[in-house]
Design a protein around this ligand. Structure first.
Ligand SMILES: *Cc1c(COP(=O)(O)O)cnc(C)c1O
Length: 491
């Protein structure tokens, strides 16, 4: 019996297109759609809530026979305008990077290769190794340092603290777990929640992460840290790690890294740095001096997708002693063990440095981005953003209705709108309402935080598209929105 070669319902039909010419047209159409969106990144609203009809479509059941390419591509296109807004120059919330069009190119190539980068000898493995060497050199780490491209700083922190934990327990913890003597670590009261999360996931428990008070500039108080370490030792606990933050998420402060490095050396503690966004300052003439001491860390967790502008998602963990790093994760079964020829060569494999076996080619967009743009221009973005934050601070200081709430060190400015004779609670409510209204109006998207218990409008600028004029637009919008926000909530 002769089978019809075009019959897509044949049970042995592959998932490849029947007509490659048609597929080219289809792929080109989506590239055009994507480039249109990226080209328009400076324009329009920052954020638009997902419309009702789209929400309804997203509740539909899975189409059993598949919806086919046209319907599916149309549905993808419909989603695209409803992003978080971080590609826009006036996205000022949380800490997000803005991404670049180059990331689209690398993602297309990575999808075409469909590489599994857990191991084996192929180009992707060597691309990731080149990133490790580049990063190692940027942070002045030694040649035997190791690294891994991961989803973000949360995962990088889990990997780094696992190495620290296992080193502290002489790697017995890998088999025996962490029962017995209590390991404790330290991070400032301003440290990111991902550090406590890692303590939780590593079986140490969040109580074992002691929170060290901060000084008036929201930096870790090193004297307080030292007495907490002494007290814990006296109580029979085993301190093993100090986590310094290079760029806290609330106010952007940098802990005194050189002092922490010295203390950790003296006390024989692992020194980990959370440099999620601030680590990028190593490329900036303006910020680099403030990071002094980071080069003495035992491990650094940071993101490519924040201040370094790589499209989501991409983070990195760098470990000073690559042998420790490998020992904390390697457990290659016999059938995966190293040879020096053939596809199973290229030992050691990434799987020996982190929890994942199968991993995509996330490294390609990172590598291409660093290669295309180079550290000079990326550092210039960091420096320019710092200047924009300082300009914002000067506008606030000059405005009678605006009040600054924290000093500025990196990319973040915390402030609030004030009106005489308004209670602190009403001011909190008013400032939150102002932020929500700016987001809903699509004009700008700051977020909020609490500084000293009071609500602050929080503006973070880690965005290569932000212009000085965007700061003026923001200030204008806040001052214009405040009276209507006040009357809407009756304050
Ligand atoms: C964003 C951030 C994290 C978490 O990083 P992810 O990439 O979101 O996992 C950790 N620490 C700080 C200081 C951050 O800003």
């Amino acid at each position: 019996m002769r089978v019809n070669e075009d019959d897509t319902t044949r049970s042995d039909a592959t998932l490849d297109p029947q007509d490659w010419q048609a597929f080219r047209a289809r792929a080109h159409a989506m590239v055009e759609r994507a480039v249109d969106q990226m080209e328009a990144a400076l324009e329009g609203r920052v954020w638009t809530p997902v419309p009702e009809d789209l929400m309804a479509a997203l509740q539909a059941d899975l189409p059993v026979d598949g919806a086919g390419p046209n319907t599916t591509d149309a549905a993808i296109s419909e989603l695209m305008p409803y992003g978080v807004g971080n590609t826009h120059p006036r996205f000022f919330g949380w800490v997000h990077g803005a991404g670049t069009p180059g990331g689209l190119i690398a993602d297309i190539a990575a999808a075409a290769m469909n590489a599994n980068t857990g191991g084996r000898d192929h180009a992707a493995i060597h691309v990731e190794r080149q990133i490790i060497r580049w990063v190692r050199d940027l942070f002045s780490f030694p040649e035997n340092a190791s690294g891994l491209v991961v989803s973000g700083t949360s995962m990088a922190t889990i990997v780094a603290l696992k190495v620290a934990r296992d080193v502290a327990l002489d790697f017995r913890s890998r088999k025996a777990g962490v029962a017995g003597g209590q390991l404790v670590g330290y991070a400032s009261a301003e440290a990111h929640a991902c550090n406590a999360r890692a303590f939780d996931m590593l079986g140490l428990g969040t109580d074992a992460l002691r929170r060290v008070p901060c000084d008036a500039d929201l930096k870790m108080d090193v004297a307080a840290l030292e007495s907490m370490i002494e007290a814990d030792r006296a109580a029979g606990d085993t301190p093993f790690v100090v986590i310094g933050t290079a760029g806290t998420v609330n106010a952007g402060s940098i802990d005194p890294l050189a002092d922490l490095a010295a203390l950790c050396a003296k006390q024989a503690l692992w020194f980990h740095v959370d440099g999620a966004f601030g680590g990028a300052g190593i490329l900036s003439d303006h910020l680099k001096p403030k990071l002094e001491g980071i080069e003495r860390a035992d491990s650094i967790a940071f993101d490519f997708h924040k201040w370094l502008q790589v499209n989501y998602d991409a983070g990195f963990v760098l470990v000073r002693d690559g042998a420790f790093h490998r020992r904390a994760f390697s457990d290659l079964p016999e059938y995966l063990s190293g040879v020096d020829r053939g596809l199973a060569a290229a030992s050691p494999w990434p799987v020996e440095f982190g929890p994942e076996l199968s991993r995509g080619f996330r490294a390609l967009k990172v590598w291409a981005h660093l290669k295309e743009i180079g550290p000079q221009r990326l550092g210039a973005v960091v420096t320019r953003n710092c200047q924009q934050v300082e300009y914002l601070a000067s506008c606030i200081d000059a405005h009678e209705s605006l009040e600054r709430m924290a000093s500025i060190e990196t990319s973040i400015c915390c402030f609030r709108y004030v009106r005489q004779n308004m209670s602190e609670d009403d001011l909190d409510a008013l400032n939150q309402e102002i932020v929500i209204r700016l987001q809903e109006a699509g004009i700008a998207a700051p977020s909020w935080t609490r500084i000293g218990g009071r609500l602050a409008i929080r503006v973070n600028i880690t965005n290569h598209r932000t212009r000085m004029s965007d700061i003026d637009v923001l200030i204008d919008a806040i001052v214009r929105t405040a009276p209507e926000a006040a009357s809407a909530i009756n304050v």
